[in-house]
Design a protein around this ligand. Sequence first.
Ligand code: MG
Length: 311
Amino acid sequence: MRQPQQVRRDHLPDRVRIWEVGPRDGLQNEQALVPTEVKAEFIGRLVAAGHTTVEATSFVHPRWVPQLADAAELLRLLGDSATAMPVLVPNERGLDRALELGMRHIAVFASATETFAQRNLNRSLDDQFAMFEPTVRRALGEGLDVRGYLSMCFGDPWEGEVPIGQVVEAGRRLLDLGCWQLSLGDTIGVGTPGHVTELVAAFGAAGVPVDRLAVHFHDTYGQALANAYAALECGVTTFDASAGGLGGCPYAESATGNLATEDLVWMLDGLGIGTGVDLERLVETSVWMARQLGRPSPSRVVQALGAQSDA
Ligand code: MG
């Protein structure tokens, strides 16, 4: 399989972590309901391709996310390996279910804007933190670690521009609750590289070290990879990505949603930055998954390399 020519840049890190969100963020935004056995095989293939962090599923109420209603069944099917995988937990009830299954890593999901907090969580921007507080406190008390997702960091479909100061304030509140890492989400994919640089710098100025930050880009406007490179230059070393670019954007009428892991890995391989992920095996996985979903992957790298793959 073709590979990029490797050219290192001395100021960039030797290694980064990819936080694979395909099975959770990807599948929750796909229309198709994927059988539990197929999800388990998907996750198994991602791990076999070298992924060390695979966000497996979510304990959001099935009424809101029917695609992930089989969370408990999936985790049981995955067996002991599942407890090392992060899962999304929206509230204390979700935490109860995660604890019952022995999960050790959870994530909560907050909004940087008033309108999205109201629409997604039925809470005000302020009140959402009060809602998370008991969940995070109990999780930490049980020895779990908690990641914080912050959505609409670069723009909001209802409010338009989102002030950087407002994003930093909301992010700080998640970290103050006890989240070990903050994933900055460009939920509608409108961010551009200068905006990324300014936002990461603003967190730094507010006393948040860059190693507490991760980035979560969407490719709606074709900016995801440029934004990832900007974040890399700022010292960010955790990148959320979705195998095959799974998950259209639910808040923008577009087929392209999450940054495709393959597109990210191609760039990082070219920069000589280690990820542990084997691009060929990953592409084979996404070609296989695209067949399960009955539609081609939107990832450019999967399209370019997939024809050579015999998955
Ligand atoms: Mg996403």
